[in-house]
Structures are given as C-alpha cells and as structure tokens.
Ligand binder design. Structure first.
Ligand code: CA
Length: 234
C-alpha cells in the first residue's frame, strides 16, 4: 500500500514543487489549499502524514493542528513556517506538530524530514509516545539545537560539537540579537568558579564559528568591537 500524504499549502508554486518531489519519491499526495478543505480531507480519509503550512486562507495551521490532535488523530504533522521565530516554532510544536521546516527550505531537506517522520510513526504503535513527543529544540535562522539529543544542525547538516561548544551555542541561541560581553559568556558557559580569562571565550567562539560556517554557512556570530559577541543574521 502506498504512503498517503496530505499537503496543506496555499501557495501554488510552493505546493506544486513539493507535490512533484513527493510524487517522484512514490508518495501518494493530496493537496488542500485552505483550512476548510484540509479539514474535509482529514475527516474523510486517512493519511500517513500531514504537511501543514502555518498561514492559510480561512484559518491558521496551528489551529488546524490543535484540532487534529483534539480529535485524537495521531498522524505525524510536519509544519511549514515562513515565520521562523523561535516563538512560532515552539507554538507549532505545542500545537502538536512533530517537526517543522522554516521557509525557504531545500526540497531534499523536506524529503528527509518526511522519511524520518514516517519511520518514527511506523516504528511506533498507534497512540504511543513517538507521535506526540515534543521536540526540545532551539532555532535560530537555519541553525537548530536539540537540547535533548545534544546536537546541532545547520540546514540539515549535523554539526559535531564538544560539550563546551554546545553550552556556548545554547547560551547564544537563548539570547539572540543581543550583545553578550565576554564576561557574561564566561560566567554563563564556564561558571563563576573557573580560573579562566576572557581569551578562552574568544578561542571557543572561533571554534564554533568554524564549525557553523563550514560548507558556506553565513556568519551568524558577530564580533562587536569593545563589547563582545552577538548572534544575528548577516
Ligand atoms: Ca501560506
């Protein structure tokens, strides 16, 4: 039996690119372009996965996701958001989404997430935790930090971090677009007791930059001369 995916997306160009890619990978794809027709599909047919855009005419993807869960439907939900802020992603995960992608994304990345969600769902028995597990993830721009699994990814590429680098990135990602002094960083990441100086911070910031900028990632950790560092988009 083929795998059925309901794609809920109102932008024609995005919807057709996604649909084509999914069909090339042998998925059976239905398309709904607004919240009402999405609900019509959902209540009538059974699917293996929903791909759900947040901004929809006649409704909001978050509300739709909540409704799906409230009805006891455990089908995995991959949310698409153009909004990109941590708040929106957290809200989506709280609404019951299993994973999310921030637009713009690469189709290869979408296909990887789809495969991973379907794998998780088929490994789980209906109603088990795997469908509803909340992902404890920080997101900044195209970087994600999974606080449970202790790993970082940039555009789907896993970045190997040491424990210290992980704590440093976690601190930066919890304080985005804010200048953080070397002293702040030293205290928060290494703790008060360490007999270290702020040069340590510079060294680790450089390690982290190298890892984050491998494979052409843009610079996100910027130096603010005389003040410290700031995590922001270029
Ligand atoms: Ca939309």
């Amino acid at each position: 039996m083929s795998t059925r995916i309901l794609l809920i997306e109102d932008e024609h160009s995005v919807a057709s690119v996604i649909r084509k890619a999914l069909m090339e990978d042998q998925y059976e794809v239905s398309l709904a372009m607004d919240a009402a027709s999405a609900w019509d599909h959902i209540s009538r047919w059974s699917y293996d996965l929903f791909i759900l855009d947040v901004m929809l005419p006649g409704g909001n993807g978050m509300d739709l996701c909540r409704k799906i869960r409230k009805e006891g439907i455990h089908t995995p939900v991959l949310m698409l958001t153009a909004l990109g802020s941590v708040d929106n992603i957290v809200m989506g995960l709280d609404a019951g989404a299993d994973d999310y992608l921030t637009k713009p994304f690469k189709i290869a990345e979408l296909l990887a997430r789809v495969r991973s969600l379907l794998r998780r769902a088929s490994a789980a028995t209906p109603g088990s935790i795997a469908y509803t597990s909340r992902v404890n993830v920080l997101v900044f721009s195209d970087i994600t930090l999974n606080l449970d699994e202790k790993n970082a990814q940039r555009v789907g590429r896993v970045i190997e971090l040491t424990a210290t680098e992980f704590r440093l990135l976690e601190y930066l990602m919890k304080n985005p677009r804010k200048v953080l002094s070397r002293m702040d960083i030293l205290e928060k990441v290494w703790g008060y007791d360490f007999n270290l100086n702020t040069k340590t911070v510079d060294v680790y910031i450089n390690y982290l930059r190298k890892k984050l900028e491998e494979a052409d990632g843009s610079r996100v950790i910027h130096t603010v001369v005389g003040m410290g560092y700031i995590l922001k988009e270029e």
